[in-house]
Design a protein around this ligand. Structure first.
Ligand code: RIB
Ligand code: CA
Length: 295
């Protein structure tokens, strides 16, 4: 039985790896991709999602989502990490495709959940604005929700907050009420892949993905002095595809939505959240490499 999957995403270099993983995994039926602002603008993330699926030979629909956080709050993007176009300046090299679903992301999510004969998994790998809006009408009706985000021992966009959560903290706090699996940077940082791993990706897809990392790889070299990248979103999608590949433990959590220095931090609260705390890192790297290599 394949898993019906929707990915909500802000591509984004690591999002590209995650989309490729889903499109090349027989365990899932990729019902669609919804886009959200985040790493770059909604225009760029939507175009990137469509063109990445064209590269992957996927006709899954793409539906455009939120261009800013709930409450019309705007926060800085991450173009300095992913490149101005979100894909290290290489988006133009991807196949042209401008087919975007007539529905917006939330309508698409609602319709797809309502019409699916089996519970739908959502992998949310960007800011959670679309998912929070979905839950206004569909709380309790998402089969499984896997969220890439948060940092229990510190952040990446501030010392306290991780980018996806920080970008729309109010949305994240609402989504925590849906008992997600949370895949935080505490774990994704342990799953970094190095330059040799990237350069050993083979085939049209593997080499194209590696080619999309140039700016992203420079950022990590400049920031950490290491030649490698964090494939945060692919770690989360691996859990959506292969439930249990990550080891989780329940926590009672909330998101700091106040506008102070700790805005977007994950804090003790009342929402049960299954936090991914461990994995066999080498096995996960091998799984990703195998799925992302080849024609
Ligand atoms: O903090 C990492 C997350 O923020 C990833 O989803 C990355 O793509 C960015 O969206
Ligand atoms: Ca992302």
């Amino acid at each position: 039985m394949t898993i019906p999957l929707i990915i909500d995403t802000d591509p984004g270099v690591d999002d590209a790896f995650a989309l490729a993983l889903a499109a090349r995994s027989p365990e899932v039926d990729l019902l669609g991709v919804t886009t959200v602002f985040g790493n770059v603008s909604i225009d760029h993330t939507t175009r990137n999602a469509r063109r990445l699926l064209a590269l992957l030979g996927s006709d899954s629909p793409v539906a455009r989502g939120a261009d800013r956080a709930l409450g019309d709050v705007s926060r800085p993007d991450a173009r300095h990490v992913h490149g101005d176009d979100g894909l290290s300046g290489k988006a133009f090299t991807l196949p042209e495709d401008d087919r975007i679903d007539a529905r917006d992301a939330v309508e698409f999510l609602r319709d797809t959940i309502d019409s699916s004969p089996t519970p739908v998994t959502i992998a949310a790998i960007g800011p959670l604005t679309n998912i929070a809006r979905l839950l206004d009408t569909h709380a309790g009706r998402v089969g499984r929700l896997v969220v890439m985000g948060g940092g229990l021992t510190g952040g990446n966009v501030t010392p306290h907050a991780e980018f996806n959560i920080w970008s729309d903290a109010e949305a994240a706090h609402r989504v925590f009420a849906e008992r997600p699996v949370l895949v935080p940077i505490d774990l994704t940082r342990r799953c970094a892949v190095d330059g040799a791993w990237l350069e050993s990706l083979t085939g049209r897809i593997g080499t194209t993905l590696a080619g999309l990392t140039t700016r992203y790889r420079e950022f990590y070299l400049e920031a950490n002095g290491i030649d490698g990248i964090l494939v945060h979103d692919a770690v989360a999608v691996a859990e959506a595809i292969n439930p249990g590949i990550l080891t989780t433990r329940p926590h009672l959590l909330a998101v700091d939505t106040a506008n102070g220095d700790t805005h977007g931090a994950i804090v003790p609260g009342t929402h049960p959240v299954d936090v991914a705390e461990d994995t066999d890192v080498e096995a996960l790297r091998a799984f990703l490499h195998e799925r992302l290599s080849g024609s």
